[in-house]
Design a protein around this ligand. Structure first.
Ligand SMILES: C[S@@+](CC[C@H](N)C(=O)[O-])C[C@H]1O[C@@H](n2cnc3c(N)ncnc32)[C@H](O)[C@@H]1O
Length: 417
């Protein structure tokens, strides 16, 4: 991509702002674009790609250019990550930067420490090594440095996967069925989906295949009482509603009014009428009391570190600490405890996260089961097989980008005796 001196300067400005602020990178980048409305789509794409490359490869760049200014980090990134030659950048380099950039270009990158190759903070790298061993931890970490494909879920109420695939193909796009989810379509090209008729008519929703598989694990049946305890903007709720063929009652709880309000337009597109969004103050909200043991299925898609989604949100690895993880596990335990109260005898409770860390996953489930002999664990692979999904990761569902091509997800299925 050809870049002008003006675009280079704007990129440095955007990245400086990004580094100075706090909060999710995608929100801050959107705010920057809102404040710079004149930027065209080509320039926006370049700025976003550079910002994300820098977030993905920050350890390597810090090794190449320790304590560099945002301007120099961008230069190093363009040369060593994006593969531009220093000569291409010379027209807008300052005098002192010409030689410096040549040195950056020539600096060897062999035998880097494994945490640097993994592009993870040391504490996170050490945890992954303890869980998976060095070789697999590195494979996982490398897969998390890639960009994620655009996965869609076909809404069974409004369309069929074969027809959606055929339409995309006719439009010249590379659309393939996702390997595991029966409703998934993977698009190679990144398109402006919100302008596509299939999206506006509610035939497709954006949803990683991993999320689709979590809904398949809940496997609600027609006419059942189902709760999505941490529904957020309703990605999984909508998938559950479609599996239920718009029958029964589906509650979408969340503590965030903003997230639940983002569910509304998606709900309108989906054609579902069995879904009831309910704002709760916290997991001990009085509203939940009268619903005790009323549900056949309860999904807890718990607030988590999100470290399984680093392909999409590379900033998450720099924005969290071990202390945050410890706090999260307490919250996760409390939410699981409260959500379990809603489950009927014989009913199913699915605890899920998009984290890769045992503390947030197996650890939370083990602590819960130790306190609740009235629940027992079911085998996730068997439940998926009942939905004709051949995917065996053992008792737990454990999805990993290098193995399954999805974001990293974890789920445990628990049944009330
Ligand atoms: C991983 S996100 C859910 C994503 C959503 N299920 C989806 O598929 O799009 C976790 C959600 O938990 C919500 N949350 C946080 N604390 C909660 C609590 N105490 N009770 C219920 N929901 C909570 C957050 O607001 C957030 O929306």
């Amino acid at each position: 991509m050809a870049i002008s001196p003006a675009l280079f300067d704007t990129t440095v400005e955007a990245i400086t702002e990004l580094q100075e602020g706090s909060g999710p990178a995608d929100a801050r980048l959107s705010a920057y674009f809102r404040n710079h409305r004149k930027l065209g789509s080509h320039d926006r794409a370049f700025i976003a790609e550079t910002a994300y490359a820098l977030l993905r490869r920050r350890r390597f760049l810090d090794y190449l250019a320790p304590e560099a200014s945002p301007r120099r980090l961008v230069l190093a990134c363009l040369v060593r990550v994006n593969g531009l030659s220093p000569r291409e950048l010379e027209p807008f380099l300052r005098k002192t930067e010409v030689e410096w950039l040549r040195e950056i270009k020539a600096k060897p990158a062999d035998n880097l420490p494994l945490a640097v190759q993994a592009e993870l903070p040391d504490w996170l790298w050490e945890r992954l090594v303890a869980q998976y061993g060095e070789e697999e931890a590195l494979a996982i970490a490398r897969s998390l440095q890639q960009t994620a494909p655009l996965d869609l879920r076909v809404n069974r109420l409004k369309g069929q996967r074969e027809a959606v695939l055929a339409l995309f193909t006719k439009e010249g796009l590379t659309a393939t069925p996702t390997p595991y989810s029966p409703d998934g379509v993977r698009l190679k090209e990144k398109i402006a989906l919100n302008q596509h008729v299939l999206f506006n008519k509610g035939v497709v929703e954006v949803q990683d295949e991993g999320s689709q598989l979590l809904a398949a694990l809940v496997a609600p049946r027609r006419g059942e009482m189902v709760a999505d305890f941490c529904a957020g903007a309703g990605g999984k709720t909508l998938a559950l509603g479609a599996i239920m063929a718009n029958t029964g009652r589906l509650y979408a709880f969340d503590v965030s009014e903003r997230r639940l309000s983002n569910l509304r337009p998606r709900l309108a597109r989906s054609g579902l009428s069995n879904l009831h969004p309910q704002l709760i103050a916290n997991e001990r909200d009085q509203k939940l009391k009268r619903l005790a043991q009323k549900f056949d299925r309860v999904l807890v898609d718990a607030p988590c570190s999100g470290l399984g989604t680093l392909r999409r949100n590379p900033d998450l690895k720099w924005r969290q600490s071990e202390m945050d993880i410890a706090e999260l596990t307490v919250k996760q335990g409390n939410i699981l405890e409260a959500a379990a109260k809603l489950v009927k005898p014989g009913g199913r409770l699915v605890y899920a996260t998009c984290s890769l860390l045992e503390a947030e996953n197996e650890g939370v489930v083990a602590a819960f089961l130790a306190q609740h002999p009235e629940f027992e664990q079911a085998n996730a692979a068997e439940i998926l097989a009942q939905q004709k999904i051949e995917l065996d990761t053992g008792d737990f569902l454990k999805l990993l980008p290098h193995k399954h091509g999805t974001d990293g997800f974890f789920a445990a299925v628990l049944t009330r005796r």
